[in-house]
Unconditional design. Sequence first.
Length: 385
Amino acid sequence: MYDFSVRQLISLHLAKFGYLDPGIEFGAPIEITQDGVAAAAGITRAHACTVLLRMEKSGEVTIGLSRIKGSNCRVRRKVYFLTTLGKERVDRLLSDLEASGVPASELSTPPTVNRMSTDMMRGLSQKDRDTMGMLCVLRHNVARGDLESDPPGLLYDGKGALVLKDEVRRRFLETGSEEERRRWHSLAADMCLDDDALVSERLHHLRMAGRRKEAARLAVGNVRRLTGDGDAMDDLIDLCREIDDEGLRTMAATLALRSGDMRRAREALESGGGQFGPVMSEVLLAEGDSKGALDMALRSYSGDAMSALALGKAMNAAGRHEEALVYLTTSRRRMMESGSLFRMDEEMEAEAEADEALGRKERASALRKAAEAARRTRLKGRCCP
């Protein structure tokens, strides 16, 4: 294979975009930015910048400013074009190489990832295919420097974020076998390992990689971080169907219940064929079946925090507020003893409801303020999961 200089690689790359007007101000392709040139030539952005400046000084390249196609950024970026002199030198280079017998297939730079054919995707080394596959399944933004090494042709925008088109992701994933796709999800899960903000994404990739027991442990240990996350709930429901884990089903149903999604709460509980009394009692209560909720709560009461909370709520709904306070106090005490305060705000709201019904307005008001403070603390991440 002919050994091109970096300058020649850049010239050959920019020659592909000779049809563009150097005065373009909107919709320029990212391939003619410093990032695009660097990716095409297989060099760093800083190296590309240095060579492009030299080429500008020698009259081979001219620089414009344009907003980039597909980017939400309103700032115009530098874009690069071959001048007449630059085009003449490329034509002369190609003629000389063809005359010396260099195959035509070697007379162009490899395309960026977003322009690769399916055959080129399949032809990448196994290491590059695994990295590309991982990038294609990841759902969060990947920045320059996140990877130990970049496969050829990766593009980054002006803020250093990877630019990978959805259509390219789809085509690349279609080139992988089922085993490869599981491996790519496994790599993606490991990439999310040390980032608490990516618990939901790690959960998804662990499940898709077939690492379901790890996914279940991750979910049960991160209830607070998964609260209100619709994507995580999709994975949790699927995970409940795939493995037999009572703790996981109870946790998934509780999260769905707290978000007001009774359908998913039932899906989680019934995925294993059981009814999981305390949580099902709360589902029945939310659906308006207060009698069924009380019957279920009484049958499933075991003295722990959750069964006591469910029974206290059901007693409130039945108008048995003094009895409700007995069980709610038990629930609060058990939560404090275990250090698991995830539902403390609900417990205090239920106590406030009972106290208000019994005419204890001042205590009810204090409890509601405490419940609101507990909610704020939980949302800020200071409460135990």
